[in-house]
Write a protein that binds this ligand. Structure first.
Ligand SMILES: [Zn+2]
Length: 181
């Protein structure tokens, strides 16, 4: 069965900021009744997942009923190092933060592997020859690195005012990633 999701990431948050935002977002979602009070351990990912709360439908642009049994669940993740979050569709570009040229796919993948295994993750720009860590390149349109990730599973799109509300709680610029696996 395929899963649709959207994620809110905040690429500019540092480690402390991400921890603080994760706590504040959880408190906010629980206090508004958007999610259940305590997360459950969701077996496929083994991550704590908040189940829909009594006012969950108020988060979304449309009524969520059609998503049936697969519906719902919010995961809030704060990590020490930035993680790469994508949309499951591989349709994105990576460009140099200095000269804006697109990265060579193979070099990017190598740097990504290195980063993933705790190495430098440095990527060389083949045009301006500058070196920069992979999480500091520019990602478009809807992927990116972040220490904070709020994932909403199998739910309709978030209402604009709710996104605004959550952005205020996060207190840092956010990016919303819509995706499917
Ligand atoms: Zn460059």
């Amino acid at each position: 069965m395929s899963n649709v999701f959207f994620r809110i990431i905040a690429p500019d948050l540092d480690e402390d900021g991400a921890q603080r935002a994760a706590r504040d977002v959880a408190r906010h979602l629980v206090s508004r009744g958007y999610v259940s009070e305590a997360p459950v351990r969701y077996l496929p990912t083994s991550l704590p997942r908040y189940l829909p709360g009594p006012r969950y439908a108020e988060l979304y642009m449309e009524r969520p009923a059609k998503y049936g049994a697969a519906f719902g669940g919010v995961e809030i993740t704060a990590t020490r190092d930035p993680r790469f979050y994508e949309n499951g569709q591989e349709g994105f570009t990576v460009s140099c933060p200095f000269c804006h040229q697109q990265a060579v796919g193979l070099l990017w993948q190598k740097a990504m592997t290195s980063y993933h295994y705790g190495s430098s993750g440095i990527l060389l720009c083949h045009v301006c020859r500058k070196l920069e860590r992979i999480d500091r390149w520019t990602y478009e349109p809807n992927v990116g690195f972040s220490r904070l990730c709020i994932s909403f599973w199998n739910a309709p799109h978030l209402r604009e005012d709710r996104l605004h509300e959550l952005t205020e709680v996060v207190d840092s610029p956010v990016k919303v990633i819509y995706g499917a696996y």
